[in-house]
Write a protein that binds this ligand. Structure first.
Ligand SMILES: Nc1ncnc2c1ncn2[C@@H]1O[C@H](COP(=O)(O)OP(=O)(O)O)[C@@H](O)[C@H]1O
Ligand SMILES: [Mg+2]
Length: 246
């Protein structure tokens, strides 16, 4: 049965070790196709929350549901087939760019590879390489820029066409031009999917269906950009630049 992409956290508590709780009573609902943006300072728990959806770790209390079904009941393989993940660090393996893009769908045709690369905004730089899609990547992509590796990561996720997407928008140490390509690629990738995004761009935050403001592993505020601005609470202060996002 194809996954529709409803994701719900129900009163989730989590700690990396049993004696050291990190997340407290997290409840969030993402309807299919909705964008949930997490904001908060370093250490607030943004990465931890997103790592729970793919079951890198199991939770201590509460439930995480995918289409109403506890994710513990999915085989990890099936669960991860429904999830696309784009993080800051992408690991590429030694092989062609083509094979790196079709990593999650080994039987993908050349046409599908190109289509995914176009969506990701990676096609034009790949095409300019002397060997194009047949270019061999070695040493974790050391011959490519960090931004180019990230474009490949977006293409790699696009080809899987997952109903649920987990994104970390941080684009540190990337030149502005590539950053704009990445942003456009990520926007295209988000289209039509349920997205949990660790948001750094104002446009992503403002366009989110729900913004979740985290502090020390707790949800402090939750709502749309307009709702949270009107509240004149933490989000308002963030937005006014009284303190910083990370
Ligand atoms: N693998 C880990 N093992 C133990 N503690 C961790 C681990 N990853 C993160 N933490 C702790 O969990 C808390 C939340 O971190 P994190 O989810 O990375 O926050 P954010 O992404 O918002 O910066 C922090 O106190 C951090 O030190
Ligand atoms: Mg983080």
């Amino acid at each position: 049965v194809p996954v529709k992409g409803e994701v719900e956290f129900v009163h989730v508590d989590f700690g990396y070790s049993a004696h050291h709780p990190i997340l407290h009573d997290i409840s969030v609902l993402a309807q299919p196709g909705q964008k949930i943006a997490f904001v908060g300072a370093t250490g607030a728990g943004k990465t931890t929350i997103t790592n729970l959806i793919n079951r890198f770790y199991d939770i201590q209390k509460g439930q995480i549901l995918l289409d109403g079904i506890d994710i513990q009941l999915f085989a990890k393989k099936d669960l991860r087939r429904s999830l696309g993940i784009v993080l800051q660090d992408t690991h590429l393996f030694t092989g062609t760019i083509k094979d790196n893009i079709r990593f999650g769908k080994e039987d993908a045709s050349m046409e599908e590879v190109i289509q995914a690369a176009k969506l990701a905004n990676a096609h034009s730089f790949i095409e300019r390489l002397p060997n194009g899609y047949e270019t061999i990547i070695t040493n974790d992509g050391a011959s490519l820029s960090q931004g180019q590796r990230q474009l490949i990561a977006i293409a790699r996720t696009a080809i899987i066409d997952p109903p649920v997407l987990i994104l970390d928008e941080a684009t540190s140490s990337i030149d502005t031009r590539t950053e704009r390509l990445i942003e456009k690629g990520m926007d295209a990738l988000m289209e039509g999917r349920t997205v949990f995004v660790i948001a750094h761009r104002l446009s992503t935050i403002q366009n989110a269906d729900t913004i979740v403001v985290l502090e020390k592993g707790r949800i402090m505020e939750e709502g749309s950009h307009q709702q949270l601005l009107q509240k004149k609470g933490m989000y308002y202060q963030l937005h006014e630049g009284m303190f910083e996002l990370s």
